[in-house]
Design a binder for this molecule. Structure first.
Ligand code: FAD
Ligand code: NAP
Length: 337
């Protein structure tokens, strides 16, 4: 069914009050194909929507929104070491993480409590606490929005990078990711040397590491630090951490010796964008009903009733001030519509 003039307020975690011209919630592959064969679809710009937790609407969407709701979790290979699990793109990501933990599989525990759906997880190669999905990603199925054909993408086809994939770049807007196959492990190492995980495990008195204890630690840290989108509208980190070459890093470091940075690939350095924004004086700034979060300067927030345009304009001011103060060009992580 295709509906007209549907509010998107409850379909984006920023809580922006906009609507779309046409809307359809797709439950399975045949349903997707029937929508994309319709004249409403071919005459309008499409937008695939998951949980709406990584986007900002700056105006009403004058096109057709397909909300991917394909469900299902199916084990397709089970060995002594690993399982391959095929997951519907409409499954809530954190529900999938909890499912893996309950089964004793590991690989996604550091990615606990990331909002959104499985279908969007490859879009920006979601990552947190030293783990990215590319480490456990096996394959995905995607429906081509022009032909309705299913195409398969393996790990290298997806061209995963730091909060990047081919679906955010060359293939932007061409596919609906319908199912993702993840490879989870029955034994192996855990990643705990990142951020506050070790400290949190200590506070919790954890003696023996497990996927469950790491997940519990990550959940506790996230709940103490990040605004819950159910209470305060936001889309997580608004900007990506910029990757700069060594000489730019040294220049910044000579003027700002405390700058927080970590080694990145190929000798580059990753600057903590939150540190830059905080030290440009933005942390906690509030403009009526929107602003910069008080605990995490990377997160822009809507306290209720702000427009997407106001939040976008604030992000533009932040970008300009970081360029001026540190000579660094920030990039938005959130998708703007
Ligand atoms: P949406 O916001 O619905 O869509 C995002 C983009 O993907 C859009 O361009 C959309 O068109 C496209 N898209 C969505 N589904 C599909 C599909 N099935 N096929 C094709 N295109 C699709 N991200 C991290 O990486 N790490 C974090 O730790 C993290 N923490 C967060 C914390 C908070 C509080 C919030 C609000 C967000 C956080 N995010 C984080 C960002 C966000 O949760 C993830 O990027 C998530 O994967 C987005 O999923 P979604 O289903 O909400 O996507
Ligand atoms: P944090 O632990 O305060 O760390 C600040 C920044 O430093 C992070 O962005 C992180 O980069 C980097 N960092 C910390 N320890 C590192 C290490 N050992 N090696 C390399 N880089 C390190 O960050 P936070 O804001 O509380 O977030 C915790 C984790 O959740 C981070 O991984 C973050 O990416 C993720 N997160 C993402 C979003 C989003 O919307 N994308 C929202 C909230 C949280 P990375 O970001 O590259 O990891």
């Amino acid at each position: 069914m295709i509906e007209s003039n549907v509010s998107l307020k409850n379909f984006n975690t920023f809580g922006i009050n906009v609507s779309c011209k046409l809307f359809s919630q797709t439950e399975n592959e045949d349903h997707v194909r029937s929508v994309i064969q319709s004249s409403e679809f071919s005459n309008n710009t499409p937008l695939i929507l998951g949980g709406g937790s990584n986007l900002l609407f700056t105006k009403n969407f004058d096109g057709i929104v397909l909300r991917n709701h394909i469900q299902g979790i199916e084990v397709i290979e089970d060995t002594e070491q690993h399982v391959l699990v095929k997951v519907g793109g409409g499954v809530v990501w954190h529900d999938f993480v909890l499912y893996c933990i309950e089964k004793g599989w590991h690989g996604v525990e550091n990615l606990s409590l990331i909002p959104g759906n499985v279908g969007a997880s490859p879009m920006q190669n979601i990552g947190a606490y030293g783990v990215e999905i590319k480490e456990v990603f096996h394959e995905l199925e995607a429906i081509h929005l022009k032909t309705g054909e299913i195409h398969y993408f393996n790990n290298s086809d997806c061209q995963f990078g730091y909060r990047e994939s081919i679906f955010k770049n060359n293939l932007k807007g061409e596919y609906l990711i319908s199912r993702v196959v993840y490879k989870l492990f029955k034994k192996g190492d855990f990643t705990i040397s990142y951020g506050a995980i070790e400290k949190q495990l200590e506070i919790m008195g954890v003696q023996e590491l497990s996927a469950k204890s790491i997940s519990d630690a990550v959940i506790a840290i996230r709940q103490s630090k990040l605004p819950d989108p159910k209470k305060i509208g936001n889309s997580g980190s608004f900007f990506k951490n910029p990757i700069v070459d060594k000489s730019s890093y040294n220049t910044i470091k000579s003027s700002f010796p405390d700058v927080v940075a970590y080694p990145a690939e190929k000798g580059f350095m990753k600057l903590a964008a939150g540190w830059l924004i905080e030290h440009a004086g933005w942390k906690g700034k509030t403009y009526g009903n929107y602003g910069v979060h008080k605990n995490q300067a990377l997160v822009l927030v809507n306290y209720g009733g702000a427009s997407g345009r106001e939040i976008y304009d604030l992000s533009e001011e932040i970008l300009n001030s970081i360029k001026e103060k540190f000579g660094v060009k920030l990039e938005r992580e959130v998708n703007i519509y």
